[in-house]
Write a protein that binds this ligand. Sequence first.
Ligand SMILES: Nc1ncnc2c1ncn2[C@@H]1O[C@H](COP(=O)(O)OP(=O)(O)OP(=O)(O)O)[C@@H](O)[C@H]1O
Ligand SMILES: [Mg+2]
Length: 456
Amino acid sequence: MPEQREAHEAILDRLHRRLRTLCQCTNTFFQAESEQELLQSICGILVAGGEVRLAWIGYCEDDAEKTVRPVAQAGSGLDYLERVKTSWGEMETGQGPAGIAARTGKACWVDDIRTDPRFSPWRVAALARGYASCMAVPLIAYSKQRGAVDLRGTLNLYSAECNAFDESAVEHYTGLAASVAYAVTALRGHLAEDLAYGVTALRARAERKQAEEALHQAREELAHVTRVTTLGELAASIAHEVNQPLAAIIADANACLHWLEADRPDLDSVREALAAVVKDGDRAGEVITRIRALLSRSSVAHRPCDLAGVIRDVLLLVGPELGRHGTVLQTSLATDLPPVMGDRVQLQQVLLNLLLNAAEAVRNVPPERRRLVVRSTLERRDDGSWAVVAVEDAGVGFREEQAGRLFEAFYTTKPGGLGMGLSISRSIMDGHRGRLWATANSGHGATFHFALPGMR
Ligand SMILES: Nc1ncnc2c1ncn2[C@@H]1O[C@H](COP(=O)(O)OP(=O)(O)OP(=O)(O)O)[C@@H](O)[C@H]1O
Ligand SMILES: [Mg+2]
């Protein structure tokens, strides 16, 4: 098991780093004032993220050689780009990842620069600079409204390790390249607008929409990665939850086989055991369904949601983990909660983040304080009825000067923390026209509350 754990931690570590990089890229999308600044920052962020040794962005030119011209670059061995030629044409210098990605519009990678025949024109120069594998992704985004946005360029990444670009890396960087394509298009639109000031409002609206789409896409990606990371923390408890019913199924099935061997099988016992098998099968299946839902990539449109069901599902998921650490969970749930408009998976994610924070806050306090209370109440205010959910703990609490920072991205006081849980939860709440806030308890610990407008 230690190797498995190590592998698991390596994956989480990589996800953490990608998440951080993605966040920084998203900021750049909205802050960069020129195309050059944007492309250069993206390369810089990707190299600083530690996953790649060299990152460059090239644009296709329509000259005789069909050159892929580097327009931004960062990392080690930058003189590589001065030495080598890359083309998007059919000739030999067009058979590498950049050329193929530019021609086909699809990601292309080389697992081992030492042996891949397609890489021979650049091999010596690349190996001399410590590149072992590389990948190119096209700067293309597809949107329902506008079709393809194609910058006719590629994002090119070089790693010091062989086989660095697996399926998840391809997916990750393809998504990032799409966001870059959107952001650049939006920026170009604004520039054109500045020059010919007063261009139609219609155009501005389309661009704003594109920018919003890029932001939305980046947020979704962030939320998904953090869900995966959070579930990773629960992996041991989840495995146990699934293993228990499976062990029971095996025991019952063996008993059945044994009974059936008898001359006059005791069919009543067999029937009873088979009923237990079905029940345990359902139990394991339910755990898996809950996890699947949380792992799903994209969220669905907002629809009427039953908050009590959301709370129940999350409690079932974290209950075993709390039990493992000797934490007692109490609930006080209103029976008259109105339905709310929302995305079930995202709402579960918010509650999951709050509960895991609370569980971590009580981990090292005396046992009698290791308890959490989940409360739901209906509040009638001037602006209608609100469903309010609170997670209360008697843990370490927070100091007043911390209060303002709790919801900041990357603010964390935990050695292994990423500091994204509360920041993502708050943006989810914003997307639901809801609120998320924290209060310090008068005794020990803290309470985190979220409120959602009721539908009736
Ligand atoms: N229930 C709580 N009691 C005390 N402090 C808390 C509580 N919940 C959150 N905090 C503080 O807020 C910080 C930010 O929480 P957040 O969930 O955003 O990140 P994190 O838990 O550190 O990391 P992760 O991204 O893995 O969730 C925590 O590091 C902790 O200092
Ligand atoms: Mg957290």
